[in-house]
Design a protein around this ligand. Structure first.
Ligand code: HEM
Ligand code: CU
Length: 546
C-alpha cells in the first residue's frame, strides 16, 4: 500500500473497499447484514407455519400438504446454518475478537474474506432450492425418508451444508490462531475478555464437530445416488448410525449457538452494573467444561429412536451434568447484578430480562427432556419446539440483539434512540413468550411437531392461536429493529469512543475504529472489568441517545 498526499487519495471503489476487503471489521459487518437478511427469510417461513396452524384442519395457507414440510425445513435450516451460527461466530467473532485482544486484524485476513464468500455461496445454493425444489426432510434429514425424498431438494441442501461447513471451519481456524498468536503485550489468558474466551471454545467445537456432520450427509448422498447402503436397513445398513453422527455434531452445535451468546451477556452485564464481573474464572472455565461435555450428550436426542433403554441412562446423566456449568454462569451473572448500579439500557434489558429470564426457562425444559421417562412422553411433541425456541430465540437471539445495540455505536459511529430500542425489546420479549410459552402446553397435550393438523379440543386451538399471534408480534419487532437501526444511522447523535464507560479494548479507539484498529500498540495491565468506586461519572445519570 503506497502513501500518497491526502489530497490525491481517491476514495476506493465499493468493491475494493467492502467486497474484497480483508479488514475484519468490515467482514464482520458484511456477515451481520447478510445474516439479518436470512433471518427475515427464515422468519417469513416461520410466519407461514404459524398462520397454517391458526386452524386445526387441512392446509389452508400452504397449497399442498408437502409444502408445510418444506416450510419448516427451510425455516430450521436457514435459522441454524445461515443465521444463528454465522451471526454469533462470524459476524460478532470477526468484529470483536481481534480488536478485543489488541490485534490489528485476524491471523489470516485473506482466508477471512474467502470464508465470507463461501458463506454467501452456501446461502445461494440453499436459496436455489426455491427454483430446483425445496428439501422437505427437516433440518435433521433423517433416513430412511431422506434417502427416498424425491427431487433435488435434499441434494442441494447437502451441497449447501458442505459449503457452509467449510466456511465455518475456516472461520474457526482463524479465530483460534488469532487468539493464540496475536494478543497484545500484557493480554494474558486470564485477562482475556469473556466474549473472547467463549469464541475460542466455540471455535474448537466447530473444528471438531463439523466434520462429523460432513461425514453423515456425504454418506447420505452416496446412499441416494451411488447404491451404497450405509443407512438402508433392508440392505443391512443402520439408520441409527446417521442419528449418532448427526447429533455428534448437532448437539455441540447448540453450544456453538449459545456459548458466544453467553460471552456477549458476560460483556454487557459488568459494564451496566458498574461492577467487576463476579467469578471471572468460573465463567471462563465453565465454557471449557461445556465445550468438553457438549460432545458427551448427543444420544439424549435418541432415547426413543430404538436405542436400548440402558444405553440412554449414561446420556441422561451427562445431560444433567452439562446443566451445571450453564447454571454456574447464571449464578455469577446474578451475583454481578446484585447490588450493582444497574443501568437498564436496551442492551442490558436484552441480556438480563431477556437472556437470563428466557434461557433459564429453556434450560429447565431441557432437564425435563433429558430425563428418559419424561422424554418418552414428550419426544417430538411441541414441548420440544418450546424448549429449543426458548434456548435459541429467548437465549441466543436476545444476546444477539443486546450485542447489536451495545456495539452499534462502535460499529457505525452513531448512537441509537433508547426509546426506540426499549420498544423493540418489549415487543420481542412479549412476542417471544406469547409464541413459545403456550407450546409447552400444546406439547403436553400431545400435539406432535411437524404436523399441520391437530385436535381442536382441550384448548389446543386457543393455545395455537395465541402462539400464532405472538409470532406476528415478533415479526413486527423485527421490522421495528430495522427501523431503529435506520433512524440511528440517519439521525443518531455522534457516538464518542466510549459511550458506556466500558473497559475492554475496543472502547479505547474511536467510533468507528480506524483501519487496523490501533494507532499505538496497546499495552494491557489489568483484567477487563475492574470497575471501581472512582467512576462516579459513569453511573446512570446521563442519558445518551438521539
Ligand atoms: C418468530 C420466530 C419463530 C417462530 C414463530 C418459529 C416457529 C417455528 C415452528 C412453528 C416450527 C415448527 C416446529 C415443528 O413442526 O417441528 C419451528 C421449527 C424450528 N425452528 Fe423456529 N421459529 C422462530 C424462530 C426461530 C429461531 C430464531 C431459530 C434458531 C436460530 C429457530 C429454529 C428452529 C428449528 C431448528 C426448527 C426445527 C425445524 C425442523 O424440524 O426441521 N426458530 N419454528
Ligand atoms: Cu442435544
Amino acid at each position: 500500500m503506497g502513501t500518497v498526499a491526502t489530497a490525491d487519495v481517491k476514495k476506493p471503489s465499493f468493491v475494493r473497499d467492502w467486497l474484497l476487503t480483508v479488514d475484519h471489521k468490515k467482514i464482520g459487518i458484511m456477515y451481520g447484514v447478510v445474516c439479518l437478511l436470512f433471518f427475515f427469510l427464515g422468519g417469513a417461513a416461520a410466519l407461514v407455519i404459524r398462520t397454517e396452524l391458526l386452524t386445526p384442519g387441512m392446509p389452508d395457507v400452504v397449497p399442498q400438504a408437502d409444502m408445510f414440510n418444506q416450510m419448516f425445513t427451510m425455516h430450521g435450516s436457514i435459522m441454524i446454518f445461515l443465521f444463528m451460527i454465522p451471526m454469533l461466530t462470524a459476524a460478532f467473532g470477526n468484529y470483536l475478537v481481534p480488536i478485543m485482544i489488541g490485534a490489528h486484524d485476524m491471523a489470516f485476513p485473506r482466508m477471512n474474506n474467502l470464508a465470507f464468500w463461501l458463506f454467501v455461496l452456501g446461502g445461494f445454493v440453499f436459496l436455489s432450492s426455491l427454483y430446483f425444489g425445496m428439501p422437505d426432510i427437516g433440518w435433521t434429514a433423517y433416513p430412511p425418508y431422506s434417502i427416498e425424498s424425491a427431487g433435488l431438494g435434499l441434494d442441494i441442501w447437502v451441497l449447501g451444508v458442505h459449503i457452509l461447513g467449510l466456511s465455518s471451519i475456516l472461520g474457526a481456524i482463524n479465530i483460534i490462531v488469532t487468539v493464540f498468536n496475536l494478543r497484545a503485550p500484557g493480554m494474558t489468558f486470564n485477562r482475556l475478555p469473556l466474549y473472547v474466551w467463549s469464541s475460542l471454545i466455540t471455535a474448537f467445537i466447530q473444528l471438531f464437530g463439523t466434520p462429523a456432520l460432513a461425514g453423515a450427509i456425504t454418506t447420505l448422498l452416496f446412499d441416494r445416488h451411488f447404491g451404497t447402503h450405509f443407512y438402508d436397513a433392508s440392505a443391512g445398513g443402520d439408520p441409527m448410525l446417521y442419528q449418532h453422527l448427526f447429533w455428534f455434531y448437532s448437539h455441540p452445535a447448540v453450544y456453538i449457538m449459545v456459548l458466544p451468546a453467553m460471552g456477549i451477556v458476560s460483556e454487557i452485564i459488568p459494564v451496566f452494573a458498574r461492577k467487576p464481573i463476579f467469578g471471572y474464572h468460573a465463567i471462563a472455565y465453565s465454557s471449557i467444561a461445556i465445550g468438553f461435555l457438549g460432545f458427551l450428550v448427543w444420544a439424549h436426542h435418541m432415547f426413543v429412536a430404538g436405542m436400548p433403554l440402558a444405553t440412554g441412562i449414561p446420556f441422561m446423566v451427562t445431560s444433567m451434568i452439562i446443566a451445571v456449568p450453564s447454571a454456574i454462569k447464571i449464578f455469577n451473572w446474578l451475583a454481578t447484578l446484585w447490588r450493582g448500579s444497574n443501568w437498564f439500557t436496551t442492551p442490558m434489558l436484552f441480556v438480563t430480562v431477556g437472556f437470563i429470564g428466557m434461557f433459564t426457562i429453556g434450560g429447565l425444559g431441557g432437564i425435563f427432556l433429558g430425563t428418559v421417562p419424561v422424554d418418552i412422553h414428550m419426544h417430538d411433541t411441541y414441548f420440544v419446539v418450546a424448549h429449543f425456541h426458548y434456548v435459541l430465540f429467548g437465549g441466543s437471539m436476545m444476546a444477539v440483539l443486546g450485542g447489536l445495540f451495545y456495539w452499534l455505536p462502535k460499529m457505525t459511529g452513531r448512537m441509537y434512540s433508547e426509546k426506540l430500542g426499549k420498544t423493540v425489546f418489549w415487543m420481542y420479549f412479549v412476542g417471544t413468550n406469547l409464541t413459545f410459552f403456550p407450546m409447552h402446553y400444546i406439547g403436553m397435550m400431545g400435539m406432535p411437531r411437524r404436523v399441520f393438523q391437530y385436535d381442536p379440543a382441550n384448548g389446543m386451538q386457543i393455545a395455537n392461536q395465541i402462539a400464532s399471534f405472538g409470532s406476528y408480534l415478533v415479526g413486527a419487532a423485527a421490522i421495528m429493529m430495522v427501523v431503529t437501526i435506520i433512524v440511528s444511522l440517519r439521525s443518531g447523535a455522534k457516538a464518542p469512543a466510549n459511550p458506556w464507560g466500558a473497559q475492554t479494548l475496543e472502547w479505547t479507539v474511536s467510533s468507528p475504529p480506524p483501519e487496523h484498529n490501533f494507532i499505538e500498540m496497546p499495552y494491557v495491565t489489568a483484567p477487563p472489568y475492574e470497575f471501581g468506586e472512582a467512576e462516579e461519572q459513569y453511573t446512570p445519570k446521563k442519558s445518551f441517545g438521539a
